[in-house]
Structures are given as structure tokens and as C-alpha cells.
Design a protein around this ligand. Structure first.
Ligand SMILES: [Zn+2]
Ligand SMILES: [Zn+2]
Length: 289
């Protein structure tokens, strides 16, 4: 009898200890809004994005590559290195150096091969830096509406660990009507995109296992613009925003200079990936505790 009691005490303690050991699963969602100037984002009515940055870490003075083309900047964001290393110099993605500086999905999988990664984009060239052997689920959708629909469905039904989402309408509006805070059509496109962000975040929070998941949401852009174009090394083109939302962020404005290349590095950190010296990353962790 005494022995049995001892056994039960032991069992109870073991079970209690095991439960206390269960940690929420760290996951990352990156929302990329192409060509969205931070001043225009602040001028637009964007309740969903406001909710993320006002309760999160943020910078509206972050910097992207001096060569402010989409291909160059998205590659920096997703590899964590500048163009002298990743070698993508334009939207044609000629000879990307992904063998030496791969997409961060690939870096993460070197240590956690079972991670389930997703890339859902309106502008399909962003997928050109994914590795052929990387088991990423890749979806190209021709409109932001269809991207959003696909993201919502995927978040509902799939066991996602990391997801990159690319929305393109704001950049389309900039090229067509002009990138400026006094351009109502450009502002309107940001407001419409905010509604899509709202649908995506809601879908995330409705995930079956959400209570046991620890999501970091990163929202940023590849570049700004002026007139009806971008590509130059001027503040209107190279100033971007950076938002980090989740339980592990240090709330408030990020005081140091934030760069587009910090996105991949911050995502890796949140996934508990050991940031290897040999990877030679340029970015830093931004906005986490
Ligand atoms: Zn772009
Ligand atoms: Zn553009």
C-alpha cells in the first residue's frame, strides 16, 4: 500500500512536470505590402495595421536597399543579406547567389527540417530565390483578393509554421496614380489592403490550435516611391516601415536603425534557429525582447 502511494505521487509529479514543459510553438507570418510608403500608411485609415503596430514594435524610418527595385529588396528581406551578397540586381533575378545566401526558409530547415513553409504571392518572381529542394508550398495568385483568399484557407486548414505573403495592389496604384500622401487613389489602395490584412489576421487567430501557438507577425514593404516610380537611392524610395507583432516583441518604437534585411533574421530568431556565424548574415534581430 505504501509503495503504491509513493508510485502515485511520483506519477502525479511526473505528469505535472511534463505539462509545465510544454511550450507554445513559435511560428512566423510575414506580410509584404509592395511599394507602400510609411508616411502614406500613417495618413491612410488602417485600423488593422494600426492594431498591429500600436500593440507591437515598429519603425516608420526603416531602410531598404539603395537600389530600390522589388527584386533587389524582396531578396534582401528574405535572405537577410544585401545585394553585394545575394546578387539580385533587378526584377529579372539574373544569377541569384542562393547557393551561398539562400532564402531564410532554407536556413531554418537546415536546423528544423520538418518546418512547414509557405510562400503565397501576387508577384511571382519573389519565388525565384526558393531552393529546388526546399519543400515550400508555393502559390502564385494573379490578384491580391485571390492571394488573401488562399492565405485565409491555408491558415485555416494547414499545419503552417512559417508563411510569406506578398500583396501588390499598393505598388500598382503608385505606378498608375503616383506614390504620395496627397494622392487619394494611392491612399485608398492602402486602406483596401488593410482590410485584407484584417481578414488574414482574423484567420490566424481562429486557427484550431491558436492557443498553443506563438505567432510573430512581421509586416513590411520592399520600397516606397515618388512620382510614378521607384528604384533610386532617395529617401522617398528607400524609407520603409517595419512592424513586429506578437507576445515576444518589445512594444513601442524601435530606437535603432531598422533595415529590410532584419526581417529574415528576426524571423529565424523567433523560430529558435541558431544564427550561424558561417551564414554571414547582414541583418539584425529587430523588435524582439
Ligand atoms: Zn516592389
Ligand atoms: Zn513597383
Amino acid at each position: 500500500m505504501k509503495l503504491q502511494l509513493k508510485y502515485y505521487v511520483f506519477l502525479t509529479l511526473t505528469i505535472a512536470f511534463s505539462f509545465s514543459e510544454i511550450k507554445a510553438q513559435n511560428k512566423v507570418l510575414i506580410l509584404g505590402i509592395d511599394g507602400c510608403r510609411p508616411d502614406a500608411l500613417l495618413a491612410a485609415k488602417t485600423p488593422h495595421l494600426d492594431n498591429l503596430w500600436k500593440n507591437g514594435a515598429y519603425s516608420f524610418k526603416a531602410k531598404t536597399d539603395d537600389l530600390s527595385w522589388s527584386g533587389v529588396c524582396w531578396t534582401g528581406m528574405l535572405t537577410g543579406v544585401w545585394k553585394d551578397k545575394h546578387k539580385v540586381m533587378g526584377n529579372q533575378y539574373l544569377n541569384p547567389n542562393i547557393k551561398e545566401y539562400p532564402h531564410f526558409f532554407n536556413l531554418a530547415k537546415q536546423q528544423q527540417p520538418d518546418l512547414r513553409t509557405y510562400s503565397i504571392a501576387n508577384w511571382s518572381p519573389v519565388h525565384k530565390i526558393l531552393q529546388y529542394n526546399d519543400a515550400t508550398v508555393v502559390k502564385h495568385k494573379p490578384t491580391d483578393g485571390l492571394v488573401t483568399k488562399s492565405v485565409v484557407k491555408t491558415l485555416k486548414n494547414e499545419d503552417v509554421d512559417v508563411m510569406f505573403v506578398h500583396l501588390d495592389n499598393v505598388d500598382h496604384a503608385g505606378h498608375k496614380y503616383g506614390y504620395a500622401i496627397d494622392n487619394s487613389k494611392y491612399i485608398k489602395s492602402i486602406e483596401k489592403t488593410d482590410k485584407k490584412i484584417g481578414r488574414i489576421v482574423k484567420a490566424l487567430q481562429k486557427r484550431k490550435n491558436y492557443a498553443n501557438e506563438n505567432w510573430l507577425i512581421l509586416v513590411s514593404t520592399d520600397h516606397g516611391g515618388s512620382g510614378t516610380n521607384h528604384g533610386k537611392a532617395i529617401p522617398e524610395h528607400t524609407t520603409i516601415f517595419y512592424i513586429a507583432s506578437g507576445k515576444d516583441v518589445e512594444k513601442g518604437e524601435i530606437k535603432k536603425q531598422v533595415y529590410v534585411i532584419d526581417v529574415a533574421v528576426t524571423a529565424l530568431k523567433h523560430l529558435n534557429i541558431d544564427l550561424k556565424e558561417a551564414w554571414n548574415l547582414d541583418g539584425n534581430v529587430s523588435g524582439l525582447k
